[in-house]
Design a protein around this ligand. Structure first.
Ligand code: AQP
Length: 326
C-alpha cells in the first residue's frame, strides 16, 4: 500500500483552514493509503510559545485528529519528539541542502518578518526537518494545504540530492491537495492561521463561530445589499465550497451575482452547514477529553510502530553514508 505522511503543529486551536485544507482530507485518504500522521512539536518550538501549554496543546491536537475521524485502526498517530530519528535524519539532510534553497522559502521569509526578535536556525531549517519527517517513512505522498507545496518541492529536491550523492534510497514525495487547499482568514486577506488570530476554530462554541462569521470580510466591492457580488473573490464562498452541496452553491452563485441573496443570508446558510459538520466533532472531542489516558495510549502505539520504521531507515542511511557501525 502506498504510504502518506503529514503533520500538524501543536500551536493552538485547530481551525477551518487546517480542517478542510488537511485533516478532513487525511480522513478521506485513510482507506487508500498506509497513513502516518504526526503532531509536529519540534516544528512548533521554532517560534516563541508558552512552555507550560505545550504538553496540553500536543495532546489536544491528537485528540482533535481522533475527533475528526482518524483512529489507531486507520492510521498511526504519534508525536514527533517521541521518535528521535526525525532530528537525526534532519541533520544529515542539512548537509545536502543548499542554504540558498531554504532562504528562498516563502514561509521562512514570512515567519522571519513576524518573529524579528528570534530569527533562529530552526526557523530556517524547518523544511529540512519536514523533509526528514516525510522521508524517514519513505512516504511517497503528503496531503497538505497549498502553503506547504513549496516545502514538499524542497523535500523532493533533498531526496534527489541525497540519492544522487550517496545511493537512491528515498522516494521523491508528491503533495496531495484537498478540494479547499487555501482558506483565507476572517479578514479575507491573509491565510487563515493560528498565529495571525484570524481564524474560526473547529471546536469553538456556536455563538463564537457565528460572531466571527457575521463579521467576516466578503467581496469588498459589494458595499450595499443591492450591489451584485462576485463569489470568485469572496472568502465566504470559498468556505461554502468546502461545506455546501452543489445545489446550494448554485443558488448562492446566482443569488450573489444578481444581488438576490445578501451576505448575511449567505453566511447564515454557511453557518447551518458548519454546525451540521462540526457539532458531531465537538461532541466526540468532549467525550474523548474525558479519557486522556486513551489519547496517550494511541500516541504510544503510534510512536512504537513509527519508531520501528524510523530505526530501519536510519540504519540504512548510516550504512549508505559509509559511517563506522560497530
Ligand atoms: N488557511 C489554510 N488553508 C488550507 N490549509 C491550511 N493549513 C493551514 N492553514 C491552512 C494546512 O493545515 C496543515 C497543518 O498546518 P500546521 O498547523 O502544521 O501549520 P501552518 O500551516 O503553519 O498552520 P497555521 O494555522 O498557519 O499555523 P501558524 O499560525 O502557527 O503558522 C498543513 O497541511 C497546512 O498546509
Amino acid at each position: 500500500m502506498k504510504r502518506i505522511f503529514s503533520g500538524i503543529q501543536p500551536t493552538g486551536d485547530i481551525h477551518l483552514g487546517n480542517y478542510v485544507g488537511a485533516i478532513r482530507n487525511w480522513v478521506y485518504l485513510t482507506g487508500e493509503y498506509d497513513c502516518i500522521f504526526c503532531v509536529v512539536d519540534y516544528h512548533a518550538i521554532t517560534v516563541e510559545y508558552p512552555i507550560e501549554e505545550m504538553r496540553r496543546r500536543t495532546l489536544d491536537a491528537a485528540l482533535i485528529l481522533l475527533a475528526c475521524g482518524l483512529s489507531p485502526e486507520n492510521a498511526n498517530i504519534f508525536v514527533q519528539s517521541h521518535v528521535r530519528e526525525h532530528t537525526e535524519l534532519a541533520w544529515i539532510f542539512d548537509t545536502v541542502t543548499p542554504i540558498g534553497e531554504v532562504e528562498r522559502m516563502t514561509q521562512f521569509k514570512d515567519k522571519a518578518k513576524q518573529h524579528r526578535s528570534n530569527i533562529n536556525m530552526g526557523l530556517m531549517s524547518y523544511p529540512v526537518l519536514q523533509a526528514a519527517d516525510i522521508l524517514l517513512y519513505k512516504a511517497g505522498f503528503v496531503p497538505v494545504g497549498e502553503d506547504q507545496v513549496q516545502h514538499i518541492e524542497l523535500s523532493r529536491e533533498i531526496a534527489r540530492k541525497f540519492n544522487g550523492r550517496f545511493k537512491p534510497i528515498f522516494p521523491e514525495p508528491q503533495e496531495i491537495l484537498s478540494m479547499a487547499p487555501k482558506i483565507l482568514g476572517v479578514d479575507g486577506q491573509s491565510k487563515m492561521s493560528k498565529t495571525l488570530n484570524n481564524y474560526i476554530g473547529i471546536l469553538e462554541e456556536e455563538g463564537e463561530i457565528w460572531e466571527k462569521l457575521r463579521n467576516a470580510v466578503t467581496d469588498v466591492n459589494r458595499v450595499r445589499r443591492n450591489d451584485p457580488g462576485d463569489p470568485a473573490v469572496c472568502n465566504i464562498y470559498t468556505i461554502h465550497r468546502a461545506f455546501s452541496d452543489n445545489n446550494m452553491l448554485l443558488e448562492i452563485d446566482k443569488g450573489c451575482k444578481t444581488a438576490g441573496i445578501g451576505c448575511i443570508d449567505c453566511k447564515k446558510m454557511l453557518f447551518g452547514n458548519l454546525k451540521n459538520e462540526l457539532t458531531p466533532i465537538r461532541e466526540k472531542a468532549l467525550a474523548l477529553g474525558k479519557d486522556m489516558g486513551y489519547i496517550e495510549d494511541v500516541l504510544a502505539k503510534g510512536a512504537a510502530a513509527c519508531g520501528a520504521i524510523a530505526k530501519t531507515t536510519m540504519d540504512e542511511v548510516r550504512e549508505t553514508l559509509g559511517l563506522y557501525i560497530p
